[in-house]
Design a protein around this ligand. Structure first.
Ligand code: Q46
Ligand code: ZN
Ligand code: ZN
Length: 336
C-alpha cells in the first residue's frame, strides 16, 4: 500500500477517494479538505473571530487543531451537560487540549451556572434528553457568541453526521430542517453565523487525524445516544458505503448542489416572526425563548453575567461575561 502522493508506505486507505496516504500526506489532505469546505461554502475569513464548539470528542478537537493550523483566530467553548462520567471525563479532555496548546477555552456548566443538568431538564420538560440537550446547546452557543462578539460558531459535524441527519430528514420529509441543512448558516435574526468545516471528512478520518496528531480525546459516546435513530441511520449508511464507496459523499453533496435551495430557509429563524426574549434577550418566536421556558420548568436561573468571571482556561484579554470564578490558575471557568 503506497501513498498516492509520494509513493512511500501508506498508513491509511480512503476508499471513497480510491487512494492511500502516508502520515504527512494524510494530515495535509485533512487540512486541505477543511480549507476547501471553508472556501467553497464561504464559511470564514481570516479576520473572523471563531468560537469552536468543543465536546472533548475527536471531531471537535480535530476541528480546533486544524483551524489553528490554518491560521484562524479561535477560542473554544465547552458545555458541561451534567451527564455523569461522560461529562466529567470529556471536560478533562477539552481542558487538557486547550492547556497543552495555550488556547483559550471557556467552560459553561449547566448545573453550576444555570442550576440544572440535561437529565433534569429532560424530566422537567417531558422531553427526551437529546431534545432538552440540543435546545440548551443551541441557546448557550448562540448566547456565548453574542456575548463574546464572535463572528461565527464552528461545530465538528463531519460527513457521516451530516449524511445521517440528511437521511433522517429525507425519510420523514422534514422540509424546514432540509432547508437549513447547510454547511453554513449566515448570521441573521440575532443568530450568529454557524459553520461546519468538517463536512468533507468522515468519522474514520477524524479518529485517524487525532491519533496521528497525538490528540487525546473522549472515545466513549454520550450514553444518551444509545439506541437513538441517528445511530441507526449511520449504520444503514455504513452498510451502503461498504458496498458502494463514495455513496455518503454523493448523497450529501448532491443534495447541496442540486436540491437544498428548493427548500428555502437559508438562515435561522427564516420565515418565522423573530422577536427578542424578554428574559434573556435571545431571539424568540414569542415573548419568552424556549430555553427560558425550559429554565422555568426546571427551576433554574440565569447566571449574573455582570458579577464575576466565567471559567476560562487560558483566559486572554477578551472580556467575556462571567458565570463563575474558575479554579485553574489564572483562569476562569464556563462549552456541544
Ligand atoms: S444531544 Fe443527546 Fe448528544 Fe446531548 S444528550 Fe448526549 S447524545 S450530548 S450529540
Ligand atoms: Zn505521502
Ligand atoms: Zn430567553
Amino acid at each position: 500500500m503506497k501513498c498516492r502522493v509520494c509513493r512511500e508506505p501508506a498508513i491509511i486507505d480512503i476508499r471513497r477517494h480510491n487512494a492511500n496516504f502516508c502520515v504527512e500526506h494524510f494530515l495535509r489532505l485533512c487540512r486541505d479538505q477543511v480549507a476547501k469546505a471553508i472556501d467553497r461554502h464561504e464559511m470564514l475569513s481570516h479576520t473572523d473571530r471563531v468560537l469552536v464548539a468543543i465536546s472533548g470528542g475527536k471531531d471537535s478537537l480535530a476541528l480546533w487543531d486544524i483551524l489553528v493550523e490554518l491560521g484562524y483566530e479561535t477560542d473554544g467553548l465547552y458545555l458541561g451537560l451534567g451527564i455523569g462520567h461522560y461529562s466529567t471525563s470529556s471536560e478533562g479532555f477539552a481542558r487538557r487540549f486547550a492547556e497543552h496548546r495555550g488556547l483559550r477555552l471557556e467552560v459553561v456548566d449547566l448545573q453550576e451556572d444555570y442550576g440544572f443538568d440535561v437529565p433534569e431538564g429532560a424530566r422537567a420538560a417531558r422531553r427526551v434528553p437529546c431534545s432538552a440537550c440540543g435546545l440548551s446547546k443551541r441557546h448557550l452557543f448562540d448566547e456565548a457568541a453574542r456575548r463574546g462578539g464572535y463572528d461565527a460558531v464552528a461545530t465538528g459535524h463531519n460527513l457521516d453526521d451530516e449524511a445521517a441527519v440528511l437521511l433522517g430528514n429525507v425519510l420523514h420529509w422534514q422540509q424546514d430542517y432540509l432547508g437549513r441543512q447547510r454547511p453554513v448558516l449566515p448570521a441573521g435574526n440575532g443568530f450568529p453565523r454557524k459553520v461546519k468545516p468538517l463536512v468533507r471528512l468522515g468519522e474514520r478520518e477524524m479518529a485517524a487525524y487525532c491519533v496521528l496528531r497525538n490528540i487525546e480525546y473522549m472515545v466513549e459516546e454520550c450514553p444518551m445516544a444509545a439506541g437513538n435513530k441517528h445511530l441507526g441511520y449511520k449504520e444503514a449508511l455504513n452498510a451502503i458505503e461498504e458496498q458502494s464507496p463514495g455513496s455518503k459523499h454523493d448523497f450529501y453533496f448532491g443534495f447541496l448542489d442540486r436540491v437544498v435551495d428548493r427548500f428555502g430557509g437559508a438562515s435561522e429563524g427564516d420565515g418565522a416572526d423573530v422577536g427578542t426574549c424578554v428574559r434573556c434577550g435571545a431571539p424568540a418566536g414569542g415573548d419568552v425563548c424556549a430555553f427560558c421556558r425550559l429554565l422555568e420548568r426546571v427551576g433554574g436561573s440565569h447566571p449574573d453575567y455582570h458579577s464575576g468571571p466565567t471559567s476560562t482556561v487560558n483566559r486572554t484579554s477578551v472580556s467575556l461575561a462571567p458565570t463563575r470564578v474558575g479554579a485553574i490558575d489564572g483562569v476562569t471557568g464556563a462549552r456541544p
